[in-house]
Each structure stands twice: as C-alpha cells, then as structure tokens.
Design a binder for this molecule. Sequence first.
Ligand code: NI
Length: 254
Amino acid sequence: MIFETHSHYDDPAYDEDRDLLLSHMKENGIGNIICAGAAWDSIPLMLKICDTYPFCHLALGIHPDNSADLTPEHRPELEALIASKKPCAIGEIGLDYHYDDVPPEVQREGFIYQLKLAERFDLPVIIHSRDAAEETFDVIKENLPSKRGVIHCFSSSLEMAEEYIKLGFLIGIGGVVTFKNGRKLKEVAQNIPLTSILLETDCPYLAPVPHRGERNSSLYIPLIADEIASLRGISADEVIAVTESNAKKLFNIE
Ligand code: NI
C-alpha cells in the first residue's frame, strides 16, 4: 500500500472534512501517513489525529519559518513530548531562505538544536530546505552523526540528490514531479535508485497535475507514483511497493 511520508492534516484547510477524508484513506490504498510537525500551536491537533487514526504517524518538530516557536519555555516541553509520545521522526526541520522573515542565524540555531534532539532520541529527521541547499547539507553533515532522514519535497539538482544519498539520506518526491516546469525533479526521479525515494504530498500544498492549485491530499499520491513509474519505465505498483518498504525501514514502522 501507499506510504505517504509528508502531510499536514492539522491545517485549517481540512477543518470542514478532516475526519471524512482520513476515514477513506485505507479503501483508497493509502496504508500509512506521516503527519509532519511545523508549528507549536498545531501539536495538540496533530496528537489528536494520530491518536484517532492508528495509520497516522506523528513526527515532531518546528519548521524553520516558525523558529520563534522554539522558546526557552517550549524546548523542555518539546523534549518531554518526544519522550512520552514517541514520534517516528523529528521534523520538519531545516532552513528556508526563500523569504527573509526569520534571520538565518536564528533558523540555523533551531535546526542544529533539533538535529541534536534526533540524535539524542535516536530518530530519523524530516528535512525542509528551500533556497539553502548547500548550507543545509553542511549543517546536517556536521551535526547529525547518524545521517538518517529524508530531504522532503526535494527541489535541488540531481548532483545534490546523489550527494545526500551518499550521505545516507532518502529523497522525498511529491506533486512537483508532475508539473510541466518540474524538469529538474523529473531528472532526479528518473535517475536516483528507487530504494532512495519516498512518496509524499506535503498536503494541503503542491497538488499534482491535473489538480495543481487545488487543495492537495494523500489521495492524489497515485498520480505521483504514475509519473515516477513512467519516467523510469516500470509499473506504478513497483514504485508503490519499493517506496513503502523504504519508508517503513526509515521510520521503523511495521
Ligand atoms: Ni511540509
């Protein structure tokens, strides 16, 4: 079954029909879903979703855009939550230099702090990196001895993907691979080993073609699997089976 490795079902975009949507995942071939942490205030709803739906797996972390959430008061609370809730990963964490709202040094400090949490709790990481490819790579290399994780919504070059794979990382591929202007990602999806790929949506964002611009959900993952399959000249079933096994191994989920 499909393993969706990156979603945000705590987003207000699902307030009207969250339960209806999640209750139809299994019958549509979605076996597991990772709910990626992003903001401090959304953690209670994420916990509720993951408690209600056993196939939804919690990842805890603060997105670089929300670095301000990592206050001295929140840090021990976050650590206590990781210890008690046993998330399957720390994430999403990283660097985002697309907008200049959060100073780079603040982002970097929060990123390194959370990489060290992953080491301490022996968990893989889910990495968000936007317009910061080289620096993200260097920070991970220096601060994460275990080198276990995924570069989510990969948006860099094939060469960079190969560097991350050499380091021990997997590459998350989502709806952008179906975009007409997604040529760089198509090249990545076609050429890296299938054993290095994870399927993801980053929903509610980045819906694949022909739903581009609409609200995304894990139900559209088959469109992503189809595109990767056709790029590689293999069946979508093979893409789904191998990426599911990749995800189960990385996140330690049976
Ligand atoms: Ni995300």
